[in-house]
Design a protein. Sequence first.
Lengths: 514, 388
Amino acid sequence: MVKNYDAVVIGAGNGGLVAAARLAKEGKKTLLIERHNLPGGFATSFVRGRFEFEASLHELCGIGSITGKSPLLKIFQEVGAADKMEWVSLDEAFRVITLDENEKSDYLMPLGKEAFIAKLEEYDPGSSTVVTKIFDLIESIEKTLDFVSNIEDFKPSMIKEIFSEHTEFLKVANYSVDEVLKAFGTSKKTRDIINAYWCYLGQPTDELNVIHYFTMLHAYIIDGAVIPRGRSHQISTALLEAFTENGGDAWFNTSVKKINVKNGAATGVELDDGTQINAKAVICNASPYNAYTKLIDEKEIPEKLKKEVNAKTLGAKGFAVFLGLNRSADELGLNNHTYFIYPTNDNRKCYELSKKIATNDVQATVCLNRAFDDCSPEGTSILYMTSIFAGDEWSWVSVKDYHKTKLSFAEKMIDNFEKATGIAIKDYIEEIEIATPMTYARYTDAPAGTIYGYEASKEDGIVKRIVFDMIDKGISGLYFAGGYTTRHMGYSPSYTTGDMAAKAAILSMEKEVK
Amino acid sequence: MSKKFSVNGTFKDSVNTVKFLTERKSFINNAQAVLPTRTDDFGVNKVAKSIHPKEQKLVISRIEEHKALAKSYYFKSDVAPLAYFKAGQYLTFKLEIGNAVVTRSYSIASSPASALRGEYQITVKRISDGFVSDYILDNWHVGDEVTAYAPEGNMTYNPLRDAENIVAIAGGSGITPFLSLARAIDQGDEDCTLTLLYGCRTSDEILFKAELDSLSEKNEKINVIYVLSHSDEEGYEKGFVGADIIKKYAPDENYSIFVCGPGGLYKFLETELPKLQKERKYIRFEVFSSGKKAEEAKEYSIKVINRGTETVIKASSSETVLCSFERAGIEVPARCHTGECGFCRSKLVSGKVYIPEGEDKRRIADMQFDFIHPCCSYPEGDLVIRIN
């Protein structure tokens, strides 16, 4: 069977869904293909007993609950999905606790710039002057990025403007978070608190690019974060609905066997059952890693791309414990929404320890009832704990040892949570589900169970990606969307790259017509 | 706003920024032009595929006939281990019967360890209107190859959730998941105690009695009590497994109750278990479908959209939407048939369905956007459903 489309989208993850929704909205005949029976990829939910668990989202930025700056909401509106979504705003940023007896610390930080600075001043008296300056820089960087991303028609005079108006961005663009924070003369305590979000990007702040981290701080702390009431599955399904309402075809339980490439150009895909889909554009929400090692004939891959996929390092592998508790959050004393629990405030050390199952003690835990209490039946609560692994030690866990290894790491996470917070939860577990790197591999075909795309290492930080990975990838008509691409991983970045990929494909189709 | 911030001074900062051009170039250029480890070759991906294969071809190596109108089917794979599982999980089989394509699930009776040796065992009992079970009992022979999906199911022991003592209540062929658990305990793969209260009509109907007696005898963690409802025989409890029998045999320490059996057992326990005043977390049922209350069946039609192709099939108000799919030979990825697993999730494009109370285990957003689980949805008019 042969079918013809303007565009085919491989994978209904966050990037693929937005790409498909945008293409359909712009009148392109689009086919979205997903191997699983659900849209969303990691952005999904599942039901156990009387609980519906969020599978991966902690907080979503770009919806703009504080300042109204909402680039993501704008995308959802434009593709016709926003009115199908329902948001709950958060007012707490995080509580960060260390397990190290010699370095015990416990900080609870709010969202909102002024509130954040004021609270930091309480914990670290005298810090507000310098922290205010840091926030000035964060806002200045954001202005540069807004300026650059709003350029539609490039004029040489803009270069002059960049060099005169955006000097701060240019000065810090290739530094790490730590280099910049230290240059401000911050105390260790201030840095420990500001850097607490590091696990959301998975890279230690001594090499994590400052633009990357500061952009995230802007999105969370200044602009605010939200939670979708129907879990991330609501976002995924709303995007799918918008896509099909605009005439898109979505095929689930369908796998792509091959991306067809001829003379350096993608011409469509071949499905598992042999069906050929011809398309002017192929949007790949499967990772470039999978595209190159599974979906494209090796002889069709240019040498440069082989080097690129070989140079980059796979990012964090996921692990999560989902708990349905038979007591309310109030009864248990689960007073916070987001708990970061680290072995130490030294995030380089945390990262190194996270390479081994025996030594990894990193966790980011969410009590969903603190976003909205009716997320679970009365008298119950939902707590989900996520950990990240650097390296690939799970690849050495055998089938026979799998269940035991999974169970004992989950137990360690629960123990660590109890130890850090002093809250007993073990006796109240009514439902439990555990996701390992194998689980992420099972549902999304993630290489080694990677959930963070490529590492945001010094060599592959966000600025380098934005500047270099935008350039022609060597296979024309093939566009990548999702966590492995220019904006790095995360919900907002993946949606954004989906939109970028769709727009690039549309532009190219329109040029062809002319 | 300060425009004066610099890290190492304006000059050094600018040099540092320019450096990223060369850093990036050498980062890519210094890499070898060969592809890295293929995704399918990572240990993680291999284990994921081994535990959750898309489907498994199983060859029947032996059939054991039981007295109680039941047969055990033993499968053996020579090539590779079969998908590993947790005691209590089930296998879903795909069968083509005439024009119909059906799936049915059977709890695995064998131990998890035996899967690693390439072996599974299931037990099928003849039941009234058991369309698929009857077909299997009459048509499966030694040497036949059958198709099963990966093991699924949540009635498994989890020490982080359950008490370390399990009181299992089994009715009839509902014994199989607990036989698996008993074997797993005996082989050291599960670390809990098992008090098995096995209800049958008469002693003739007891399945696996010799093995259960032997496990109970030799392993102090396992205790088996037979409860006969329709005959008074020496050495057996008489009556139904209810609160009194549970109290008589349950350990003094905290325990979890697991239940697997026919609908009648569940109905009875609905009034019995509350007498024990246990927290909900300590009571777990293997899910089953209660079906719809009998009423005069009305005939409807369903337009099925599958990858852009439309087919119109017959449906009845007294049968699930999934049942209509199966009759019409439309293959859908169904597993549990009880609304729980969500594999058959489909879009209800138009029309109305009835979902029995307590069987609606859909996600919030699925309700919002009219996605249904066809396995527990009954048509209330003509429908349009997109399955893929």
